[in-house]
Design a protein around this ligand. Structure first.
Ligand code: ZN
Length: 455
């Protein structure tokens, strides 16, 4: 049972903890200093094996079996050399802090490096840390650090990329069109679209290219891929600072998993033998429709929107965007009545006025499909649809009744079958939330999300 502490104790405690933490930190720092300074440091310089002007510096304790041997490049740029030394020393300090009196004397950290790219603006260095004991490898890990020599700071992915969604689009398009080696599944392709700047362990400006490393599976770093992309394809995606091709002659050739210099077409043909589903959204557009369109675009999905005519002129920009992005618009009557309860002349008006309103709003788009509100259709209604094809649904998510994104999502996923037509309403934020999750997961499962006419 938790005991309620008196108020004065709970206010003092964080201060006490703070003081204790400070004391421990100081004690550790002193211990580390003593440990480091109790040995003489040995420094040996060689030439870097790739760059004649770069010194490869090796620093270790001057004892028979030093606890660490660290190697780093010295390039003769004051800011850069300070940053590189700091970065390497931090790796060593982390290791020394983790050593205890019980650590065997022959356990050793070795830090080695390789310069991936080096020009006047940036240097990218791959550091490898290996811990060995009696010449047996205990662990090994690598990290790439990019240092901006002009600004005098270490730069990360978000300093270099300005538009991650555009970059992931580009990587996705490329992978989809060249899905050869290493082979990516649909779910790995969708994983590409989910990448954020933090997911790139390294981004290396490299001459007229930029190299991007990322894990193809979110939780498996061993699937790391490095892809170099020509800077000409990265306009608006990369900081202008890193966009200009390097004219330096100092850089050497590096190797990448792939080099992308031309892009395939953005058009994704529908595989007629693949799995297909049509998501349909009625009664909109509304406030949440744009973020639904964002998700459809992101995951290369399409949908059909059955539009209420009297909303068309006030939502013209959204309707225009909807058709520009390859979706289908359908007629959902002018004012959403039960058509079966109307005289024929009014059915005509409901259909014709909506066709006209959508044409006006979109600059000429003419719907070919109609969805009668409430699915209310009979012979009279059918006879007054002016050539439009009536489309009902195979899956009713009842999203207007249960405004719970989780419930709606589960219904979509449970009912997703070949050639399903799924009924949703983009006027409810919960439906849009559910649809966005379902679009991602259906795509990851290999479903093609198509318009009703493409089914
Ligand atoms: Zn409706």
């Amino acid at each position: 049972m938790a005991k309620q502490l008196p108020a004065h104790v709970s206010t003092k405690r964080p201060i006490a903890i703070g003081l204790l933490t400070l004391f421990v930190a100081v004690a550790l720092a002193v211990a580390l200093f003593v440990q480091l300074s109790s040995y003489h440091l040995l420094t040996v310089d060689h030439h870097d094996r790739k760059y004649a002007t770069v010194v490869q510096r090796t620093v270790s304790h001057d004892v028979q079996t030093p606890a660490f041997v660290m190697t780093y490049p010295v390039i003769g740029n004051q800011k850069g050399d300070g940053l590189i030394r700091e970065y390497t020393t931090a790796i060593t300090e982390r290791y020394l802090q983790n050593r205890t009196p019980d650590t065997p004397k022959d356990q050793q950290l070795r830090v080695t490096y390789e310069i991936l790219f080096y020009d006047q603006r940036t240097i990218s260095v791959l550091f490898t840390e290996r811990i060995t004991q009696a010449n047996t490898l205990l662990s090994s890990q690598s990290s790439t650090a990019v240092f901006d020599l002009t600004q005098g700071k270490r730069v990360t992915a978000s300093d270099i990329i300005t538009d991650t969604p555009k970059l992931t689009d580009l990587l996705y398009d490329y992978q989809r069109a060249h899905n050869t080696e290493p082979t990516l599944t649909t779910s790995e392709l969708v994983r590409l679209l989910d990448l954020t700047p933090e997911d790139f362990p390294s981004i290396v400006p490299y001459g007229d290219k930029i190299a991007f490393s990322f894990a193809a599976h979110s939780h498996d770093p061993s699937t790391l891929m490095t892809i170099a992309i020509s800077k000409t394809l990265l306009d608006g995606i990369v900081q202008p600072l890193y966009q200009a091709p390097s004219t330096d002659s100092v850089h050497q050739t590096a190797s990448f998993t792939k080099l992308i210099s031309t892009m395939p077409s953005r058009d994704q043909p529908i595989d007629p033998n693949g799995k297909k589903i049509a998501l349909t959204f009625d009664d909109g557009p509304d406030a949440d429709t744009p973020r639904l369109l964002d998700a459809l675009r992101r995951y290369r999905a399409h949908a059909t929107f059955f539009v209420v005519g009297n909303k068309a002129s006030s939502t013209a920009p959204t309707l225009k965007r909807t058709i520009d992005e390859g979706h289908e618009l359908g007629n959902h009557t002018w004012s959403h009545p039960y058509l079966t309860q109307l005289p024929a002349a009014q059915i005509d008006r409901q259909i014709i006025d909506t066709q006209e309103a959508i044409r006006q709003a979109t600059g000429g788009y003419t719907p070919r499909l109609v969805r009668p509100p409430y699915g209310a259709i009979d012979d009279t209604v059918t006879a007054h649809l002016h050539g439009l094809q009536p489309i009902l649904w195979t899956v009713d998510t009842r999203d207007w009744l249960d405004k719970d994104a989780r419930v709606i999502y589960d219904r979509i996923m449970a009912e997703a079958k070949q050639r399903s037509i799924i009924l949703l309403h983009d006027i409810h934020p919960t439906s849009v939330d559910a649809a966005i999750r379902a679009i991602r997961d259906l795509r990851a499962d290999g479903w093609q999300l198509v318009t009703v006419s493409q089914l």
